[in-house]
Design a protein around this ligand. Structure first.
Ligand code: MG
Ligand code: MG
Length: 327
């Protein structure tokens, strides 16, 4: 389903883009397939010779990178190859290589961020957060490497590593914190579900680490819940039946369809930090957070505000009846 078009009499980039537009328009016309009217679209990557390269392999590789950029930009469009694309591609490979090394060299760490109740300022739980102590770059934050790990699939291994490490460490704390409500929150990515993360895997991990299922809360993103896969729903229900709680992470940044909240056994909504950071300054964010909290309570869900960094934010969130804060 990939085609190469070689144009030998193109004058400049404008000329090339006019031809690309024409190809897109022709492909967008519907046609009849086995009695059904179907539509298709295309993504086009363009590279120019001799400016971008002179040999077949280089030009095909360039066009391929530009095509993926076009797909990323929402498809049905075209992109020209630029040298930054090569930089990005080599950076990508570099991060992937470094990360595999990090896993085997024990450069990854789990940090724990406390979660407090608003009503009585009680330490209710912790979220396990991944950090990378890079030998040259120092402390690297997940935003700089998780997307690469998601794309290469390494996130499956990393995700399980974090869960294992967090569970064995938190099990020790349970001895000193007898509060029966105290829990550990761990992030699970879409890729892990696609890779077969299920009840059997989770049970094995909990058995090996000795961590009780009813103290575990798994944080999943809206994309996992929006995925129309019957298996996801089945797996989440099995987790719930084991006593594991489920929270929707980064709530408010993904899709707006809320019906999934009824469909899945979630117990908690985590309001994304982007709404919290300027809650004292932006009345629209304040109203939005207030509405999310009211809706969550109406559905019998608890709310956690993420990224709370000062007393004013905490005070306001208390006024808005938010259940818990972290940050
Ligand atoms: Mg999280
Ligand atoms: Mg979050």
């Amino acid at each position: 389903d990939e085609f190469t078009v070689m144009l030998t009499n193109v004058t400049d980039e404008i000329h090339a883009s006019l031809i690309a537009k024409d190809i897109l328009a022709r492909l967008a016309q519907s046609y009849i397939l086995k009695g059904h009217e179907v539509y298709s679209s295309a993504s086009i990557g363009i590279t120019m010779s001799p400016a971008d390269g002179c040999d077949v392999n280089t030009l095909l590789k360039n066009a391929d990178m530009a095509m993926y950029e076009a797909k990323d930009q929402g498809r049905n469009t075209f992109r020209f190859f630029t040298s930054e694309m090569t930089d990005r591609a080599s950076q990508f490979l570099e991060v992937d290589k470094d990360m595999r090394m990090a896993l085997s060299q024990n450069e990854l760490e789990v940090h724990f961020q406390p979660i407090y109740t608003m009503r009585d300022n009680k330490l209710l739980g912790v979220e396990a957060l991944l950090r990378w102590q890079h030998p040259q770059r120092g402390l690297v934050l997940p935003s700089d490497f998780i997307s690469v790990a998601e794309e290469t699939g390494l996130i499956e291994e990393i995700g399980m590593w974090v869960m294992r490490r967090a569970c064995s460490e938190a099990r020790e704390w349970l001895k000193y914190n007898p509060d029966p409500e105290f829990y550990l929150a761990v992030n699970v990515s879409m890729r892990q579900f696609k890779g077969g993360f299920d009840k059997a895997q989770l049970q094995r991990l909990l058995h090996e680490t000795g961590f009780p299922a009813d103290r575990l809360l798994l944080e999943i993103t809206e994309t996992v819940l929006m995925d129309d896969d019957a298996r996801t729903s089945e797996v989440l229900t099995e987790f719930r039946d084991m006593g594991v709680r489920l929270a929707v992470d980064d709530f408010g940044t993904g899709y707006s369809a809320l019906s999934y909240l009824r469909k899945f056994p979630v117990s908690t909504l985590k309001i994304d930090r982007s709404f919290i950071c300027d809650i004292n300054l932006s009345s629209s964010h304040r109203n939005l957070v207030e509405a999310i909290i009211a809706m969550a309570h109406g559905l019998d869900l608890k709310t956690i505000a993420e990224g709370v960094e000062n007393a004013e934010q905490a005070e306001l969130l208390k006024e808005l009846n938010c259940d818990m804060v972290q940050g």
